[in-house]
Design a protein around this ligand. Structure first.
Ligand SMILES: C[S@@+](CC[C@H](N)C(=O)[O-])C[C@H]1O[C@@H](n2cnc3c(N)ncnc32)[C@H](O)[C@@H]1O
Length: 344
């Protein structure tokens, strides 16, 4: 009889992981976590939602078995995490955002895509804004931004501007404009600009007006690869945007350099992709669907660092600035302008 040399357990684990994910997504779609702020029986959940009582019972039990609910006898309740992030009444409800991201990165038609190849127009244009629904993304990611990104950026910028306030702040490809809004709220003397694609600008305009910040934040509309982005910024935030400037990287970085004030900072968040495109797997798989559609945008960490260096940007190391990078996904850069070279 054949004797196995290795253990095939990983394949069965993958199938189980898929069922776990399907169950979780169904819980979100059926708003189950919004029903379970307190202890409930399947009968009470079914009565309120109109779902089938027998199958709600099986469904809740399965969710509890994967740690998404707590179970006590015949009653079920959210875990603290489910209550904070999956209950629609929470200000940090991520359900809409998680479902959006699942759909955006879905590999459900991967077989056809691999068989049929990319969409020719997408391939030739290579424009992210034509493929991704950035307007919806900006809307649904607002609560996600408050799960740490906004707080850590704010803490870091406050440490950078300890003895002065930034005059002008640019949130480039800023989506909802949350970074700009929170920064100008923290620095009462600062003005902000949110630069966005015309498909997206209605959202930051509305949110800025609702927050009462229209006199302090301007929304600029355009294509950051082709249009001007303004100047004299003490802080430019370029979070998750560099890949969308891939075909224009040199002119884009020159533009950023000229837009920064002499002592200004550039804050960049990228995916830190390895040269062999093997890491991080979350980014490789997350971009796979759109890359199969024809996009080719993902830049490696090395390409980005080389390009930044070539255009005179230098990264502020952790040791320069104490503990402010704690929890921060991105990096700060300063630019060495020509005049400064001559002074040296
Ligand atoms: C991945 S999102 C990042 C959003 C936000 N900065 C963040 O960190 O969550 C990329 C953003 O860049 C914008 N964008 C992409 N290409 C653009 C272009 N050519 N001109 C202007 N904005 C663009 C999109 O509309 C989108 O809001």
């Amino acid at each position: 009889m054949v004797k196995p040399q290795l253990n095939p357990g990983q394949y069965y684990k993958l199938l189980h992981q898929k069922r776990v994910t399907e169950l979780f997504l169904s819980g979100l779609r059926l708003h189950i976590f919004t029903e379970l702020e307190g202890w409930e029986t399947p009968a009470s959940v079914a009565a309120r939602t109109g779902l089938n009582e027998r199958n709600v019972s099986l469904f809740l039990n399965a969710l509890a078995s994967i740690g998404m609910l707590e179970k006590d006898g015949t009653r079920f309740c959210n875990t603290p995490e489910s209550n904070e992030f999956l209950n629609e009444t929470s200000p940090l409800y991520l359900g809409e955002c998680l479902l959006f991201r699942e759909n955006m990165m879905s590999l459900h038609s991967i077989d056809e895509k691999v068989k049929n190849g990319p969409d020719i127009q997408t391939l030739h244009q290579n424009i992210g804004a034509e493929v991704y629904d950035f307007c919806e993304m900006a809307k649904v990611t607002v609560p996600e931004m408050y799960t740490g990104r906004v707080q850590s950026l704010l803490a870091a910028v406050k440490e950078l501007f300890i003895d002065r306030q930034p005059g002008k702040i640019l949130d480039l490809g800023g989506g909802s404009g949350v970074f700009a809004m929170e920064l100008v709220a923290a620095f009462p003397e600062s003005k902000g600009v949110v630069f966005e694609h015309p498909k997206v600008t209605a959202l930051p305009r509305r949110l800025i007006t609702e927050r009462g910040l229209s006199s302090r934040i301007e929304v600029m509309e355009g294509d950051f690869n082709k249009d001007g982005i303004g100047e004299d910024y003490d802080l430019i935030i370029a979070s998750g945007v560099l890949d969308f400037a891939k075909d224009y990287l040199d002119s884009f970085l020159e533009k950023l350099k000229h837009a920064l004030s002499a002592n200004g900072y550039l804050y960049i968040v990228t995916h830190e992709v390895s040269e062999d495109y093997q890491n991080p797997p979350e980014s490789i798989l997350g971009w796979l669907s759109s890359h199969l559609d024809g996009l080719d945008l993902l830049l490696t960490k090395n390409t980005i660092e080389q390009a930044l260096m070539k255009h005179g940007f230098h990264c502020m190391e952790k040791r320069d600035v104490g503990g402010m990078f704690k929890g921060l996904p991105g990096k700060f850069y300063q630019v060495i302008k020509e005049e400064e070279h001559q002074d040296d």
